[in-house]
Design a protein around this ligand. Sequence first.
Ligand code: ADP
Ligand code: MG
Length: 208
Amino acid sequence: MITKGQIIQGLQAVAEAIAENKDYLTELDAAIGDADHGINLDRGFQKVLEQLPTVADRDIGSLFKHVSMTLISSVGGASGPLYGTMFLRASIATAGKEELNAEAMGAILVAFVEAIVLRGKAQLGDKTLLDVLIPTQQAYQSAIAQGSDFPTAWQTALEAAKTGRDSTIPLVAKKGRASYLGDRACGHLDPGAASAYLILKTLFDPNL
Ligand code: ADP
Ligand code: MG
């Protein structure tokens, strides 16, 4: 079970982790994009952090809605609307909830994937954040189906997320700016895959 308080702590931790990794994410984007990914996300999550006290008494759905609206209005580039839509769909899946059980977590992961597919029209293997989100959702779902408890299933899902992130290195990008590079994108980690892994790992940290 993840409580609302843990989600608030998770969002604070995400803002910190993005700030710490701002230069790293921007360097990844410098190699195959336009060197703004860390800057974009840091701007957005600092705004989320600033305004968190004003929504801290709300339910988890409202917290995610706040994240969504803040990212959409303050993050530029492709990632603002993508992550914004991802949290918007998750907010619908968690409307009115004060805590997340295994089933609610599954619904969030499905919402994340659906939102990015709808918004960005990418597929698995296109060298985007979906290469993290899809394996995470699938690993989580099959672990739960096989009878794993929530923490174990989430640990399995995070391992799949990491493998998914690293799977983007040899890929040619089919979406976004990196797709203009053709084969020259091969050998580089996708910045969006790196941030997606970081966000998942930090937001739902069971040790919080
Ligand atoms: P921009 O490319 O506009 O500068 P960012 O640098 O903030 O935006 O984000 C780039 C990341 O966005 C990429 O690394 C990729 O993971 C992700 N991305 C780009 N286009 C898509 C898409 N159509 N679907 C899913 N993810 C995408
Ligand atoms: Mg960029």
